[in-house]
Design a protein around this ligand. Sequence first.
Ligand SMILES: [Zn+2]
Length: 334
Amino acid sequence: MTPTILEINIIPSQSPPHDVTATGHFEFGYNGQHGPDHWAKDFHTCFGKHQSPINIEEHDVENVSLPLLQFRGLDLPRQFFLKNNGHTALIHSSKNSEPAYMTGGPLNGSYIFEQLHFHWGENDREGSEDLINNHSFAMELHAVFYKDEYGSVDNAYLYSDGLAVLAFFFETDVNNQENLMFGPVVEAVPKIETVENEIQLSDTLRLEHLLNPAAPPHDRMQNYFTYNGSLTTPPCSEIVTWIDFKDPVYLSHAQVAAFRNIKSSEGTKLTHNFRPVQPLSDRRVLHNMPSHELNRNLADQAASSGQLLQIRHPLVAQPPAVTLIMRLHNDATP
Ligand SMILES: [Zn+2]
């Protein structure tokens, strides 16, 4: 049974929840002189070479089979808060709740859940930050984790492997079906139209309902792109291991549209809050596939190209050999 929103309580703003993409301390927005083209004037890292978001070209990725991406604590019922911080709608759990952990995949060590938030656009044809084959999705959810050994999200900012962010792409459903898992969140969005409003969702929710909403199959959570990048808002720190799940999640048009009504810190409706894509530069993007799919895919490529492709494992810890890999993939693609 899906929980619903009951009473909504406006709670006084205490110390603000950590928001890696939008701390509220910075003057930035998505329009005009506060827009993304101007961020680097105040935040020089936004000019960096390893920025996010990016366009992921599927024919240029390297197919790999990494260790299993694993989670612990997603199934615990949690008390959540939803906040309008002027740049996004952000969800965090109460500070005294049990941590949720992520390990494996491209990650070294254990990462702890911090918060999740959304990016959207003016219409259903845009809104995601990363693109796949230049395709923009209607919305993107970011679930932010910080590395356990750094002790806090603030301290994790200081390290190049400080954060890991799960990205889920949202499409609007052709039959306009509502996604019941997101019902409690979407129903609460009108209550945070004003900047700095924060409400407590009166029913407890489980993270697994928000982070794995289309499951099963289990394989879905192992089918992702991963690359090293940055925060997508100032200060654009290059500290994020991105994990973008390939299979989109579906919401109704109205569920996505609800987010466009909240107010921005500039006082107008926050109709869009995605940063344009940045150059890939010398980075490579890995596509993790469940191992049986990887084997089938490599066999297909070898058959069509007549070339022998070398499988290396695990690939993340090894030097890139980008040129060779790119040439092989370009050769394998008509
Ligand atoms: Zn984000």
